[in-house]
Design a binder for this molecule. Structure first.
Ligand SMILES: Cc1ncc(COP(=O)(O)O)c(C=O)c1O
Length: 391
């Protein structure tokens, strides 16, 4: 089956944050939007068809989660990740970010420590700080151009009493897919110090060739306190529909998470979200495989182009996600000047690295989830702006 990821789809005036939020975020609409993490591609046909069939029924009343939805999750993770999930472990949730917030409330008391590993997706910080828990940083280390977790420092954070680790796996923005031995090390630390782990695996399906993602939850033994957050949202480009799932084998923890959501009376029983979620997990395999092949040609093109034509920007080649982490420190600009340079001179709208916390200064995050020609154009604009810069 052929999929056309080169199709031009105008997203302006669709209430899109990425397109229609440019004025507010960048102060101009005149930038190529390579920021917010959604993609510019049409969703799989099976999702469109399922939504059309649902919309043909003109009543959108309160809905419930059908058993077939749970089964689609069980089947997907069995098929794609060799992970056997039990029905009673699954808790549906409005989105992965709300789950981060709920987990902080459920598994750490006010003032207690929650570990995050910057540079990391920014709601990891606000989930901790807005809930008045103590932010404990365990910064990633860059070793020979590849990011690693600092497991020794992680151990000392856990030893000092931190209660919860927010793990990003694969890791946004550095694109690492943690290996099984790395995850085993984290698991051993968690066991030694009774640490709970919220494993955010939202990017688990966006894998480049030759890379194997291990679900931390699959490695868990009875007694381990692992909560896994998953969603088809990133994989199938339906994040605006905002439905996700948690997999929580521990009964007490499952109850604690349900209580945290009930306390806020939040859920997403939106009939369209339910329909799209299930359709994607049931029929999206071929589309997803084709998407990753397409993104891989873009990623590899960007890597070659930057190495050859823009040597002052170093791209950290991602093993997963459609996000590129760009080391721009050799441009010699302050963070404010760097942002201005990309917006005003290059006309490329990216996320500044500083929002991802420690280790983000001098970096930018580029979203390549768009047509390849859009990326080619953006990179050419960056190249010519760099050439005009004084060395
Ligand atoms: C690691 C990570 N978790 C969660 C999200 C967003 O999740 P949701 O839209 O389901 O709240 C993102 C989006 O970029 C992400 O990168």
């Amino acid at each position: 089956m052929a999929f056309n990821f080169d199709q031009i789809i105008a997203r302006e005036n669709t209430h899109s944050v990425k397109f229609d939020g440019r004025q507010q975020y960048f102060g101009t609409t005149d930038v190529s939007p390579l920021w917010v993490a959604d993609m510019d591609f049409a969703v799989p046909e099976c999702v469109v068809q399922a939504l059309q069939a649902r919309i043909a029924h003109p009543v959108f009343g309160y809905s419930l989660y059908p058993e077939s939805l749970y089964q689609s999750i069980i089947d997907w993770f069995q098929r794609r990740h060799q992970w056997e999930i039990k029905r009673e472990w699954i808790v549906l949730a409005p989105g992965v970010v709300p789950s981060l917030f709920a987990a902080v409330q459920a598994f750490a008391q006010e003032g207690e420590g929650v570990i995050v590993q910057p540079p990391v997706y920014f709601p990891f910080f606000s989930a901790v700080t807005t809930n008045n828990r103590q932010l404990v940083n365990n910064p990633l280390r860059e070793v020979k151009g590849r990011y690693e977790m600092d497991v020794d420092h992680l151990e000392s954070c856990a030893k000092n009493g931190a209660k919860l680790l927010l793990l990003c796996t694969p890791h946004n923005p550095v694109g690492r897919v943690w290996t099984e031995p790395e995850l085993q090390q984290v698991l051993q630390i968690a066991r030694r110090y009774d640490l709970t782990i919220l494993s955010d695996d939202i990017h688990c399906d966006l894998l480049f060739s030759g890379v194997k993602h291990t679900m931390l939850g699959r490695l868990a033994q009875p007694g381990d306190k692992i909560i896994t957050a998953i969603a088809p949202n990133k994989s199938f480009n339906i994040p605006g529909l905002g439905l996700s799932a948690l997999v929580i084998p521990d009964e007490q923890q499952c109850t604690a998470m349900k209580r945290a959501f009930e306390a806020l009376h939040v859920g997403n029983y939106n009939p369209l979200s339910i329909t799209a979620f299930e359709a994607a997990y049931r029929g999206g395999d071929a589309w997803l495989d084709a998407l990753m092949a397409y993104l891989e040609t873009t990623r590899d093109f960007a890597a070659d182009f930057m190495a050859r034509e823009i040597p002052r920007i170093r791209m950290i080649k991602p093993e997963a996600t459609y996000l590129l982490w760009l080391d721009c420190r050799r441009l010699g600009l302050s963070d404010a000047a760097l942002r201005d340079f990309f917006v005003k001179t290059c006309k490329v709208g990216m996320n500044p690295g500083t929002v991802f916390g420690e280790g983000g200064s001098g970096f930018m995050r580029m979203n390549i989830g768009t047509r390849k020609d859009v990326i080619v154009q953006a990179l050419e604009a960056i190249r010519s702006a760099c050439e005009r810069m004084p060395i």
